[in-house]
Design a protein around this ligand. Structure first.
Ligand SMILES: Nc1nc2c(c(=O)[nH]1)N[C@H]1C(S)=C(S)[C@@H](COP(=O)(O)O)O[C@H]1N2
Ligand SMILES: [Mo]
Length: 414
C-alpha cells in the first residue's frame, strides 16, 4: 500500500514492528525497550502479524458528527476540513466543518458522572477530584486558539517533494481555529495543591486505549512542562459559544495554544503532575522528527510551523478572462502574520490584502486575479512578525510532521 495514504494507526503498528525487529533507523530496539519500560508498556511481545489488532477500532464509526463530502475529506478515523468550505466563513471555524483527529473513536461520556482526577508526586497532597460543575464555578477565560495536527500538510511531502512518509495523508485541512471557553489549567493545578517541585503535567484521554502493533499503549496522553501548563493552557468546556461537542472532547479538553494538536488532549479524565520528567509514546515514539537530518533517537518538538492555504477546490475551473478574488488563510504558531505574498504565474509575487482582524491566531487574506485560459499554479507564502516564513522545500522527516513549504496548487481556467 502507498505509505502516504496509510492511516496513522497502521503506521504506528508498522513502526512498532520495525523497532521490535531492530530495523528502525535512528531509533534502536534498545531505545524502544528502554522507552517501553519508561512508559510501562508491555511492548516486547509485539510480533509481526499483530497489526490487525489495530483495525477494529478504525472500523467502528469513529466520528459522530455528520461529515458531508463538501465540507470534509475523511481519512480513516479522521476527517479534514476542505479549505473551500472556509471561503466566506468568519475567523472561527464552525463545528460543522472543524477537522477531527481521533486515534480510535469518539467516546460519549456522561457529563454528570464525569470527574477529573488530578494526582501525582508534584502535588503537595493526595489526589483531588473535580466535577464539571466544580470547573464551571472557577473563574473562566475565553480565548481564540488553533488546534492543528502536527501532520497537517503531510501529503505534500509525497505529492510535492516525492518523499516517503508514514501517517495520515492530510492536505492542509487538519487545522481549525475556535473560541474556547474554560478554566485555566493553572487555576485547577493550584487548587489541586501544585508543589514548587512539580516538573511535568500530563493529561490522559478517556477514549479507548491506543493499541498499536498488538501493544496496548494505554490512554492517549502527552506531558507538558509545568511552565507551559501554567501559561496559556485551558481546560475547555465550550467551543464557539456552545458546550464542547463529543468529537472535540466533551465534556472537557485541553487547549494548548501554539503547540501541535496532540498536546490538546480531548476527553480529559486524569491529569498527572509529576516531580520528574514524564514520557509517553506521544512524545517519544510518535511526534518526534526522525530522519537523516535529525539526531539519532529523533528530535522532539512541540510548536507548530508557518502555513498558508487557499480557500478553493483545485478541481473547480476558473472562468477564463474574468476577474476573481482568491482568498485564503495563513498562520504561524510563533506570532501574528506580517504579510502574505501570492504568486499566480510561478515567478512574481504580489502582496495579499489582509481580511478581518490582524494580529490573531491566523490571518484571512484576499487578492484579485484574472486568469487566462489554460493551466496555472497558485502559491501563497506567509511571513510572521518574527520573520519566520515558508521555504520552497521542507526538510524531510519520516513521520511527515511540520510540513511548512509553500504549497503549489494547480488550477485551470476555461
Ligand atoms: N484523548 C485524545 N485526545 C486527542 C486525540 C485523541 O485521539 N485522543 N487526538 C489528538 C490529536 S493528534 C489532535 S490533532 C487533536 C485534534 O483535535 P480535534 O479532533 O478537536 O480537531 O486532538 C488531540 N487530542
Ligand atoms: Mo494530531
Amino acid at each position: 500500500m502507498d505509505k502516504t495514504g496509510m492511516d496513522e494507526i497502521q503506521y504506528d503498528a508498522q513502526r512498532l514492528e520495525q523497532w521490535t525487529a531492530g530495523a528502525a533507523r535512528g531509533f534502536s530496539r534498545r531505545d524502544f525497550l528502554r522507552l517501553s519500560a519508561a512508559v510501562g508498556a508491555a511492548a516486547a511481545g509485539a510480533t509481526a502479524g499483530a497489526t490487525a489488532a489495530a483495525a477494529p477500532a478504525a472500523a467502528a464509526g469513529p466520528i459522530l458528527k455528520p461529515l458531508p463530502p463538501e465540507l470534509f475529506r475523511v481519512l480513516g478515523t479522521n476527517a479534514e476540513t476542505r479549505f473551500a468550505a472556509l471561503r466566506g466563513q468568519g475567523f472561527h471555524v464552525p463545528v460543522d466543518r472543524f477537522f477531527v483527529r481521533n486515534h480510535t473513536s469518539t467516546p460519549v461520556l456522561d457529563e454528570a458522572a464525569w470527574r477529573l482526577e488530578v494526582f501525582g508526586a508534584g502535588l503537595r497532597g493526595g489526589p483531588v477530584t473535580f466535577s464539571l460543575a466544580d470547573l464551571r464555578r472557577l473563574p473562566s477565560v475565553t480565548r481564540s486558539a488553533a488546534v492543528e495536527c502536527a501532520g497537517n500538510g503531510r501529503g505534500y511531502f509525497t505529492s510535492q517533494q516525492g518523499q516517503t512518509v508514514s501517517g495520515t495523508g492530510w492536505q492542509l485541512g487538519a487545522i481549525g481555529v475556535a473560541r474556547w471557553r474554560g478554566v485555566r489549567l493553572g487555576t485547577v493545578l493550584r487548587r489541586a495543591g501544585l508543589a514548587a517541585h512539580a516538573v511535568d503535567v500530563q493529561a490522559e484521554g478517556l477514549d479507548a486505549n491506543f493499541v498499536s502493533g498488538g501493544v496496548d499503549l494505554g490512554p492517549v496522553r502527552r506531558p507538558l512542562p509545568v511552565g507551559k501548563a501554567l501559561d496559556d493552557v485551558l481546560l475547555a468546556y465550550e467551543m464557539n459559544g456552545a458546550p464542547l461537542p463529543p468529537d472535540h472532547g466533551a465534556p472537557v479538553r485541553l487547549v494548548v495554544p501554539g503547540w501541535i494538536g496532540i498536546a490538546s488532549i480531548k476527553w480529559v479524565g486524569r491529569i498527572e503532575v509529576s516531580a520528574e520528567p514524564l514520557f509517553s509514546p506521544w512524545n517519544t515514539q510518535f511526534y518526534r522528527l526522525f530522519g537523516p537530518d535529525y539526531p539519532a533517537g529523533g528530535q522532539p518538538f512541540d510548536r507548530q510551523a508557518v502555513k498558508s492555504a487557499f480557500e478553493l477546490d483545485p478541481a473547480v475551473p476558473f472562468a477564463a478572462g474574468v476577474r476573481t478574488t482568491l482568498t485564503g488563510r495563513s498562520w504561524s504558531a510563533h506570532g501574528p502574520i506580517r504579510h502574505v505574498e501570492v504568486s499566480t504565474d510561478g515567478s512574481t509575487w504580489r502582496r495579499a490584502r489582509p481580511v478581518g482582524p490582524t494580529g490573531g491566531v491566523w490571518q484571512r487574506w484576499e487578492i484579485g486575479w484574472r486568469p487566462f485560459a489554460g493551466t496555472h499554479e497558485l502559491r501563497a507564502r506567509a511571513t510572521d512578525v518574527h520573520g519566520n516564513t515558508q521555504p520552497d522545500v521542507t526538510v524531510h522527516n519520516t513521520l511527515g510532521y511540520l510540513f511548512d513549504a509553500v504549497v503549489r496548487v494547480p488550477v485551470t481556467a476555461a
